[in-house]
Design a protein around this ligand. Structure first.
Ligand SMILES: O=C1O[C@H](COP(=O)(O)O)[C@@H](O)[C@H](O)[C@H]1O
Length: 249
């Protein structure tokens, strides 16, 4: 089976349409679970429109905020109020206005020793295990209902960079990344592929012409982190017209 056969690519017109399509998928995944819902958010700039949309009345009124928990797939060692803080962006765009504080689960980079991404990773791993109420991920009971993902110009996803040993981690749920390959060049913490995979749906959001070059390489099957990220359920790539490689439709 090729990499492309394992994922579904959905093309949309532009970044605004992409945010709306992603918001509908968020609602659909929430509606499928009548209990406690877990959503793992992504960082970077790509999800900003989606996050802002979720705070609008149209979407806000359709989300049962009390039973939805919000996690983050990776974090950068920058202050919590720095615009480059991944959870900080989500908080400012929608979480702080809409979600109960107890349902927001940031990676503790602001409180942990800045020199020790492994310590922050361990703390977050403990938090995830306690939320999941088990130490072993069971394919039949995914940790997350939905995992949002982005892709960087080098093919990284979350803070899993090409060639990094973190990609081959099979025991830890969360790891420290001493130095990123791309800006901001700060230590990071990232969920591992095994943890990100434990979801009913993994949803990549990719928009804009600067992403077309890396998508061309990824859809050709190159062995890059974003190609190794797969859900045990469905893996969907929402891509706008500017980012979609020419031979892809
Ligand atoms: O560094 C990161 O980059 C990726 C991609 O970000 P984008 O700005 O190109 O959307 C992101 O998915 C990840 O969470 C972030 O830490």
């Amino acid at each position: 089976m090729t990499a492309n056969e394992q994922r579904r690519v959905i093309g949309v017109a532009d970044a605004a349409a992409l945010a709306m399509a992603a918001a509908e998928r968020v609602l659909a995944r929430i509606a499928e679970n009548s209990g406690r819902v877990a959503i793992c958010l992504t960082g970077g700039s790509s999800p900003k429109q989606l996050y802002q949309l979720l705070a609008t009345e149209t979407y806000r009124s359709r989300i049962p905020w009390q039973r939805v928990h919000w996690f983050i797939g990776d974090e950068r060692f920058v202050p919590a109020d720095d615009p480059l803080n991944n959870m900080g962006l989500a908080r400012a765009a929608f979480l702080d206005q809409c979600a109960p504080a107890a349902n927001i689960h940031p990676i503790p980079t602001a409180t942990a020793d800045p020199a020790d991404p492994d310590r922050a990773a361990s703390l977050y791993e403990e938090e995830l295990r306690s939320f999941y109420r088990a130490d072993t991920l069971d394919r039949a009971r995914p940790l997350f209902d939905l995992v949002l993902m982005g892709v960087g110009p080098d093919g990284h996803t979350a803070s899993l960079f090409p060639g990094d040993p973190a990609l081959d981690e099979t025991a830890r749920w969360v790891v420290g990344v001493p130095r990123a390959n791309v800006e901001p060049f700060v230590p990071r913490v990232t969920l591992t592929l095994l943890t990100l995979a434990s979801c009913r749906e993994m949803l990549f959001e990719v928009a804009g012409w600067p992403k077309r070059a890396i998508l061309t390489r990824l859809f050709a099957g190159e062995n890059l982190p974003a190609n190794r990220a797969r859900s045990t359920g469905e893996t969907i790539w929402l891509v706008d017209r500017e980012a979609l490689p020419e031979d892809f439709g």
